[in-house]
Design a protein around this ligand. Structure first.
Ligand code: NDP
Ligand code: ZN
Length: 352
């Protein structure tokens, strides 16, 4: 066992605060990772605050982890001490069900074993994530960080990156397609970059007038202010795909209306019932598709890291100290983030 320093939420309403706990002893297929950077995902807030039903506390969030290997188990073959590695949203799966066999561990029949909030498959202990000084993960769930990536900006690729890359690839987005990305936060801004890299014509849908002027810098071809009905109406029946990253319940009907015949609305943000109700005419009358997507498998997560290294794609990040995490959450809830907070984990050492 090793003692870990971390920040944790003790209840749905308490701010994150310093917390120490024991990490498990290294198993023979485990890698011990000294955490350098950890991205801040809106899912961290959802789980810390029990938005998706009661969480098990304490919650140590963080599933966009970049670090260096400090120790390996006796059977580890992929990594050695000193390697730069990443850990994303999952740390285990059954490895035998049809989904796992197809490199789709996120859809494992035994359920997704999240980096935090889930229980370890072997000893049943509660998993704790990346807002901590180190983490121990079985090697199959550890990613290799390409040298070409700027490690201070790479962490968000492990969730925001793969979550937007995977559905664009799976749904077959290609050159010339018209893609709308809804919500310009951590996921949305990566979605814009990937859709552009795949050759699509990209439109950002945002509520925030302040993000309009920056949209072009983000690589978008067009911007629609989603609160302006006239702009939404003018876009009717013009999109092939929508990638929807809004983190709360919202009306899908005006968005479905901007899709062409056979257009596809991909949900990644909403993990709740649809409210207000969806009018099925918006699907049936144009044979539109409403679908969803959960992160991506381990092989595809490695693919997105390599894709970003090759295409020079990086996250736009604001570096913070762990002590600023509660303020960062408040800003994210207001949509005030450009476009991902990353925690410099050496700040943990500043706490007495
Ligand atoms: P962020 O907070 O970084 O960004 C979300 C963006 O959505 C905001 O910047 C804002 O964009 C828009 N938004 C926020 N609140 C509202 C609102 N009330 N109404 C309309 N638009 C709003 O979140 P992330 O990008 O980190 O995460 C987005 C969602 O995706 C979260 O729910 C998260 O849990 C989920 N997620 C899902 C995954 C999956 O596998 N499916 C994996 C990772 C995350 P703007 O200001 O431009 O309107
Ligand atoms: Zn995430």
């Amino acid at each position: 066992m090793s003692q870990a320093k971390a920040y944790a939420a003790r209840s749905a309403t308490s701010p994150l605060a310093p917390f120490t706990f024991e990490r498990r002893a290294l198993r023979d297929n485990d890698v011990n990772i000294d955490i350098l950077y950890c991205g801040v995902c809106h899912s961290d807030i959802h789980v810390a605050e029990s938005d998706w039903g009661p969480s098990e506390y304490p919650v140590v969030p963080g599933h966009e982890i970049i670090g260096r290997v400090t120790e390996i188990g006796s059977r580890v073959s992929k990594y050695k001490v000193g390697d730069l590695v990443g850990v994303g949203c999952m740390v285990d799966s059954c490895q035998t069900c049809p989904s796992c066999q197809q490199n789709l561990e996120q859809y494992c029949d035994a359920g997704i074993k999240g980096t935090y909030g889930a229980r370890d498959m072997i000893d049943g202990s509660l998993n704790h994530g990346g807002y901590s000084d180190h983490i121990i993960v079985r090697e199959e769930f550890v990613l290799s960080i390409p040298e070409a990536l700027d490690i201070s900006k790479a962490a968000p690729l492990l969730c925001a990156g793969i979550t937007t890359y995977s559905p664009l690839r799976h749904n077959g987005v290609k050159a010339g397609d018209k893609v709308g990305v809804i919500g310009m936060g951590g996921l949305g801004h990566m979605g814009v970059k990937f859709a552009k890299a795949l050759g699509a014509e990209v439109t950002i849908f945002t509520r925030s007038e302040s993000k309009v002027s920056e949209a072009k810098q983000q690589g978008a071809d067009h911007v629609i202010v989603s609160t302006d009905d006239a702009q939404m109406q003018a876009a009717a029946s013009s999109f092939d795909y929508l990638l929807d990253t809004i983190p709360v319940q919202h009306d899908l009907n005006p968005y479905l209306n901007v899709l062409k015949v056979d257009g596809t609305h991909i949900l990644v943000g909403l993990i709740e019932p649809i409210e207000p109700a969806l009018h099925t005419a918006n699907l049936i009358l144009k044979r539109r598709v409403l679908t969803g997507s959960l992160i991506g498998g381990i092989a595809e997560t490695q693919e997105v890291l390599d894709f970003c290294a090759e295409h020079n794609i990086e996250c736009d990040a604001e570096m913070i100290k762990i002590q600023d995490i509660n303020e960062a959450y408040q800003r994210m809830k207001k949509g005030d983030v450009k476009y991902r907070f990353i925690i410099d984990m050496k700040s943990l050492k500043e706490d007495a």
